[in-house]
Every structure is written in C-alpha cells, then in structure tokens.
Design a protein around this ligand. Structure first.
Ligand code: GCW
Length: 867
C-alpha cells in the first residue's frame, strides 16, 4: 500500500501492485481504476494502440496529433470517484495519450505532482479549496482549470455530474488535437440546452428508413443485434460532441418495440450506451395499447389505456433505470393518432408523459402533423401551414415533461426553407428543433453537403416574438423560461465503415453535436475544427477540406432547386435524383406551382395561402412584400413570372439557368479540390471520397440538364447564354450506329438527354458506334448510362475495334428504371483520338437491366491551371 500525496494533501492510496501487470491492457487499467473507492490514480504507461483496434472508422476521434503532443500533459491521471462514466473519461485519456512515453517496469510510487484530476467538483473541491469556477456549472457542463502548486501542476476536469467530466475530457482532447495551447486553462462551458439527442430511423428488421450507409447497428431480423460493439463505438462518437441520449428506432414505430420480450433487449443497448453517458430513448406508436397491449382501444383518455402506459413505462424503468424517454409521431403520414378518437396531441402526449414523469423521462412529440391528402387544386391549401394551425391552440395544455419537436422548416428538410413559424408561437410549451443529418433531400451522402451553415441560418433567425428571439434561444428555453428544450437530429448511421457512407458527411454529425452544445459557434469554426480532428493539422488539407465543406450547400442548392423552389427531387419516389413534376398533382403539398408563365407558391397574406401571416409582424415585413423578400426564399413565398427581376438584377428564369450551370461547375471543382490532396490524406479515405466527388460531379450535370431543359420547355424563354439544349461535344446514343440496341423513351423525358436512351432487349449483347470527327488529340470519353438496381449490365468501350475499357453497372441506385436516379457516367481519361476513329460501346444486359445508354461525350481534359 502506497500513500500518495499531492502537494502535501492526502489524496488516497494506491494498492500494493506494480503497474507492470496492466501496462498493456486497457481492461486491466479499468479494473485498476475501479479498485479505488474514492480516488483512483493511474499512470498511463505504454498502453498499446492494438488494444483499440477499430471495427469502424474512428471519424474525428483519431488521436495521432494528440499522441504527438501528449508531452504537454502530465502522465498521471487521477480519477476522483468510481462511476462508469468517470471511468470512461479516464480510459479515454489513456487511449488518447497512452502510447507515449513507453516507460515500462515496476512503479513503486506514483508521483505526487503533475496530474490530470477528473471528478465531480463537489469531490475534487476539497483538494483545491481556494478555487471557484468562473461560472455556475449546469448539468453536463464542465470546467477545465490548471493549477500551479509548489510541487506540481494539475489539470482539473471537473463538473457537476459524471457526464460533464466526460465532456470536459473530450473538450481537452479536442484542444490538444488542434494543437491549441493547454498549458494554462480556465474555461467553463455549459451546454445550450438539456435535450441534445440523436434519433435513428432504424427498423427492427435491420433496414433503416432514409438510411444511406448500410444496415442497422442496433437491429437485425426483428431483434437487437447480438454484437453491439458498433453501438458502443457510436455512443463514444455521440458523447464526444455532447449528445446525451439516442432514440434508436424509426419514428414510424413498430409497436413490437414495447413487447415484454423486447424490453430486455433494449436494456442491452442501454448497457452499451451507458458508459458514455448516452441514455436510451425509443419511438413508440400510439396504438401500442391496442396492438401489443391487447386492449380494445388506444384512446388516450381511456383509464385502461393510461394504466397500460404506466405499467409499460414502469417495466422499462425497472430494466433501464436511466431511460431517457420517447419520441412520438402521430396523425402524420398514415400513422395512427389521437384524432382517431377525437382527441388532441396534448391528450396523446400527456398520457405517456404522465407515465414517464415519476421516473424523470421526457416525451418528444413531433410537430410533423399534416394532411398528405391535400387538395392540390385549391390555391389556399398549404402544407407549410399545418403545424402552426394545429399546435398553438394547445399551448399550455402539455405536461411539463412534454417537448414539441419541430422540424427546422415548415415543410420537410428541403435544400432551403425558412424557419418554422411554430418556434415563435408557444410560450407555455417546451420546444426542440429537429434537424436531419442523414441527407434525405440533400444527395443521400453521394453528394457533399455540409449542413451546419443551413442550420445556423435557422438557429440564428430572429423570430421577433419577444424582443430579439433567435430560434436557438427559444429552443434553449431562454425566451419563455422553459426548463426543458433543445435538439434532436435524425442521423441514421449504419454498419458502413464510415458510418454515414461518405467520410465527409461525418462533419454533419459532428457539427450537429457542436451546435446543440453551443449554437453560437460559426459554421467556419466547426468546419475547421472537424477537418483538423479528422485529417490532421496540415494547413493545405484543413484549408481545402473546410473550403469544400463551406461551399457545398450552396453548390448543391444551385443545381437542385434555388430561390426557395425546394429540392426538385422525386417527391413520390426515393427523394434522390431530379423529378420536377412529382411535386405537383398530388396531395403531398411540396408544390412549386411551375406553369408556362411563372413559378413559386404564393404564401402571402394578401393573395396567397396566408402562411406568411403565421410569423410575427416584423418577420412578415421581410417576406410579404415581393420586392423585399430575399431572393433565396422568393419562390417559397411568392408566385412570380419567369421574367421577374431579382435583387441580383437577373430574371428568375436566367437565374435558374445560370445557377444550374454554375452549380455543376462547382461540383466538378469539388472533385478537383479533393484530388489536390492526393498523398496528403491516407489512401482508403482519399479513394472513398474521390469516388463520391466524381460521382457528384457527374450527377450534378444530370440535375442541371433536367432542370434547365424542363424550365426552358415550360417557359419557352431562351437562355441568354445559349447553353440550354446545346451540348456541342455530346453524341446522343440514339443517333449512333446501333446493332441490337433500340431507342426508348425515358420518363420523365428530361432525365435523358434528348428525352431518349437506347436499350438492349432480349439479346446477349448490343453495340452502338460513332465516328470521331474532331481534331486529333487527347480526350476524355465520358459514357452516360443508366445503372438500375435490377441487374448488373456490363459495358465495353472499343477504339477501332480495340478494347480500351470495360466496367459493370453494379452500383445500388434507388430505382429499377432509366431516370434521374440511375443516370450516371463512366469516364475513360486521356485517350488519343485521330479524326475518323470509331468509338464503339458494347452493352451486355443483365436481368431487368438492358445495358441502357444515354450519350457519349468526348471532351478535352481540363488542365489544372484552367481551374
Ligand atoms: O420526409 C419524411 C420522410 C419519411 C419520414 C418523415 C418523418 C420517418 O420521407 O421517411 O418518416 O419525413 O419525418 O416522419
């Protein structure tokens, strides 16, 4: 037994064992930490990194830079207290700093100086009685403080709860990883709001609604997965940015989640979350008392129903004592809801909230309640109005552990929307903002879209409801003194190695967590911070990646629906590629009202749906007068002729043309910018990102052509720059010499160049040839084809009967037809062509996919200086 003193103060005892016994094993270190009842001291000697082999990409939690800088921190970690989360904080420091110095051997006395001291302030305070945090520490907040004493220096990571200590630990490591000076610290941080949740739309069968990165990390075949290693890794990522709860199943909830056989399985997930301070939540279906409970009703005001909820919630808490609560989607998109019994959202929310209340649980009730069978012929009908029309009359009627979860815009995660007017409308109700990390309408992680700039636009938007009242202050509960409120984001990570598919998409999860913690951070700060943590401190990498991130939302908007048109995607399909008319002629209400003369939804009070009237008078003044309305939201708020002149001086139609050509060029630039990092980013991540950026560059051209051709035909107005309809280097497949291939009409027409493609039906192979009539030189040959998901066709490219390239159409786009989802390209670079050469493509169909071809483009490669 060794007595350990820190600067004369008794801190605790170390057991009579040498560190040699656990020097190489993290789990042994953990045992060591637990050994202490009051103070655990451990020295991080030679903890080998192989102990932390990663199943998945470590995302932004790579500690290479931290390890190099670890000498700036002491080598002794004192964990004051014994909680699981505290232990996690200690072991995270070991993991981050632990490989250096590699001092092995018996340690008989731990130095009583220079230590990192972790714990709750109430426990640590006794050893540093003279200190006082610079501000009161809230739940989950922390204080990083350095103290110089005669014999040594101490880095305190203290908080009011264990989770705060863990967050402080990650904050310190984040600073070290960015090579910030941590020699002197006195920094206290509190989170902006108590609710900082992630939400996953995972189904119990292992599929994920709007998930684009593989199957569920939680469920498989109707059960919780046997191996929850990825769940623990995910919890670590969430904790590192301050997310404190995670709802793991689809809001279109399967009632089975509340079955008695399921709750013990959920308990296993909560066990995997718990060491990271992440609490488990679930989505529940309102009909559960009937569907799983066997009652004849789920009327929220029926006493049997409330008793059922109480019993069910009690049994959850018996097995999961720190259960966070539930999310509910009701009366929305065909889900059951209180309206079935003539009851209100308040009745429905309260019956579950009352059951949760004694246990400290919360209920997030989604404001995404709307009628998806709207009458599209009615010019006054407007889905954007729905939440505000429904919820404010219920203000004051909700239990105080109910939080209304409001999507950031009034429609549905479109590329640009105004802030939802509902944020400003309920003084006596807790509110949370719902954001979407998964890029449902933003290119589904095949396109790069860094979303924090968009979120910032909404969070900083002043609703003018009580002086200066930006959305971030409202959801933090500050405007109307609400105890609860905050953030929930739909993330939808999957088993993919990179969690979200595109490695750069993880900047959105990171950015979400950072903004939920501190919405005052700028998008620029977040982009640089994330890039540094993810790719290291090389200035060229940090500048290039953050520039790519920060430009990416505008780029995507430029080619998918600018001026507030919303994403012009396939609304009734997979929400991925373009399909402009799918927004119209149906009850879903994502209308843009484009006709031969003009475009945009008239939402004015004067002549439109009156939606603008849902905002405060100050905000109405921004949107109602057409001449004042910001260009970016013009067509969300107004219907105008194509010749309407924007603040920029361009007409609406010319802006539509220009932005789409600019957007496609910017998308190509993103790929080139990434290529400039060759050799500066490790091979696997470099290739993974490159593949996606090259795809995006091609798909942006598909989008561009669809939108400009559509509006050109509809409006009959020429492009002032004469680009629309003119593609000088393009050879339409249907104009080539065909053998076996036959022309087919593509639907919608604008998703194929010239409205047509060629298909090889009922033959084992077909070919299409063309003569090259250009000047001799070096060219890129780009073949535009359709890669459906109902077959894997093969293609071969011949130059004068010599095979020069071949590829398979084996990607998994979300359609089995030729359209804007499946249109993609293959580029063969740097081919020497002579005038009169023959290019031939041979297609081998497979299953339902007829080796379809749209066009070939032969272009001179762009030399880097031209960029
Ligand atoms: O936009 C829609 C999505 C649905 C989703 C719904 C919602 C889970 O397309 O997939 O359902 O939003 O947010 O409830």
């Amino acid at each position: 037994m060794y007595r350990v003193r820190m600067n004369g103060e008794f801190l605790g005892r170390t057991p009579g064992l040498t560190l040699r016994t656990f020097a190489f094993r993290l789990d042994a270190v953990l045992r060591y930490v637990t050994h202490f009842r009051f103070v655990a001291l451990l020295t991080f000697l030679a903890i080998c990194s192989y102990g932390f082999a990663q199943a998945a990409d470590p995302a932004w939690l790579r500690y290479d830079v931290v390890k190099q800088s670890s000498s700036t921190l002491p080598q002794t970690i004192a964990v004051v207290g014994t909680g699981d989360v505290l232990r996690t904080a200690g072991s995270e420091l070991v993991r981050a700093l632990g490989t250096e110095p590699r001092r092995q051997g018996a340690v008989t006395a731990i130095p009583a100086k220079n230590a990192l001291v972790l714990g709750r302030w109430k426990d640590v305070h006794a050893f540093f009685p003279a200190l006082k945090p610079p501000q009161a520490l809230a739940e989950d907040g922390f204080w990083l403080k350095t103290v110089q004493r005669k014999n040594g220096k101490y880095w305190l990571i203290v908080a009011t709860n264990d989770r705060g200590v863990l967050y402080g630990t990650f904050a310190l490591l984040r600073a070290v990883a960015q090579k910030k000076d941590v020699a002197t610290l006195d920094e206290a941080q509190n989170p902006s709001a108590p609710i900082r949740w992630a939400s996953e739309w995972d189904n119990l069968d292992g599929s994920i609604e709007r998930g684009y990165a593989g199957r569920s990390i939680f469920f498989e075949d109707g059960k919780v997965r046997a191996d929850l290693a990825r769940v623990s890794e995910y919890a670590r990522l969430l904790a590192s940015v301050g997310i404190n709860a995670c709802s793991i199943n689809n809001v279109n909830a399967d009632p089975k989640i509340l079955g008695q056989d399921f709750i013990p399985q959920l308990a296993r997930v909560s066990d995997a979350f718990r060491p990271w301070g992440v609490r488990l939540a679930i989505s529940v279906d309102l009909s559960s008392p009937k569907t799983v409970g066997g009652l004849s009703t789920f009327d929220p005001l029926d006493p049997q129903v409330s008793a059922w909820w109480q019993r069910t919630v009690d049994s959850i808490y018996k097995q999961i004592p720190d259960f966070a609560g539930v999310v509910v989607k009701a009366d929305s998109e065909g889900r059951s809801g209180p309206s079935q019994y003539g009851r209100s959202a308040a009745d429905a929310a309260n019956v579950i909230a009352s059951a949760l209340k004694p246990h400290g649980g919360v209920m997030l009730y989604r404001a995404f309640v709307y009628n998806h069978h709207l009458d599209w012929t009615d010019p006054k009908a407007d889905r954007a109005r729905a939440a505000y029309d429904y919820f404010p009359p219920l203000d004051g009627k909700f239990e105080d552990n109910v939080v209304i979860q409001i999507k950031h815009g009034p429609i549905d995660f479109q590329v640009r929307e105004p802030a939802s007017p509902l944020f400003g409308a309920m003084k006596q109700t807790n509110e949370a903002i719902e954001l979407q990390v998964t890029q449902e309408y933003l290119g589904q992680q095949r396109h790069l879209v860094f979303i924090p700039p968009m979120w910032k636009g909404v969070l900083d938007f002043d609703m003018h409801v009580n002086g200066v009242t930006p959305v971030k202050e409202i959801v933090a509960g500050k405007v109307w003194n609400r105890r609860l409120g905050g953030y929930n984001a739909v993330v939808n990570v999957g088993l993919d190695h990179y969690w979200l598919g595109h490695p750069l998409a993880m900047a959105n999860l990171y950015g979400y967590g950072r903004l939920a913690w501190n919405p005052d951070l700028s998008a620029d700060q977040i982009a640089k911070e994330w890039t540094t943590l993810t790719f290291g401190t090389d200035a060229k990498v940090v500048d290039t990646v953050s520039r790519m991130l920060l430009s990416s939302w505008r780029t995507y908007e430029n080619y998918t629906g600018p001026l507030g048109l919303q994403t012009l995607t396939d609304i009734t399909g997979p929400h991925f590629g373009p399909n402009i008319e799918s927004s119209e002629n149906n009850g879903w209400g994502q209308w843009h009202r484009a006709d031969a003369k003009g475009v945009g939804m008239d939402r004015t009070v004067a002549s439109g749906t009156g939606f603008i009237g849902q905002y405060s008078p100050e905000v109405q003044k921004i949107y109602e007068p057409v001449e004042k309305c910001p260009d970016d939201l013009l067509l969300f708020m107004h219907h105008v002729p194509y010749t309407f002149v924007l603040h920029s001086g361009k007409t609406v139609i010319q802006y539509l043309y220009d932005s789409h050509y600019a957007g496609a060029e910017e998308a190509a630039t993103l790929a080139k910018e990434w290529e400039s990092l060759h050799g500066l980013v490790d091979g696997p991540r470099y290739s993974e990102v490159l593949k996606r950026q090259q795809y995006q560059a091609g798909h942006a051209i598909v989008w561009r052509d669809v939108v400009v051709n559509y509006f050109h035909k509809l409006s009959g107005i020429e492009d002032a720059q004469d680009r629309v309809g003119h593609n000088p280097n393009r050879i339409e497949a249907e104009a080539m010499q065909l053998s076996g291939y036959a022309p087919v009409n593509v639907t919608p027409w604008e998703t194929a160049s010239g409205g047509k493609a060629i298909a090889c039906a009922s033959q084992s192979s077909c070919s299409a040839s063309t003569r090259f009539d250009g000047k001799p030189g070096t060219y890129n040959v780009s073949v535009q084809y359709f890669d459906q998901n109902n077959g894997v066709s093969h293609y071969e490219l011949f130059l004068n009967d010599r095979l020069i390239d071949s590829w398979a159409a084996d990607d998994h786009f979300p359609s089995d037809k030729m359209n804007g989802h499946t249109s993609t390209r293959h580029i063969f670079e740097d081919v020497q062509l002579q005038t009169g050469d023959t290019l031939k493509i041979v297609g081998h169909p497979d299953a339902g996919e007829p080796a379809p071809l749209d066009y070939v483009e032969v272009v001179q490669p762009i030399v880097p200086e031209q960029l």
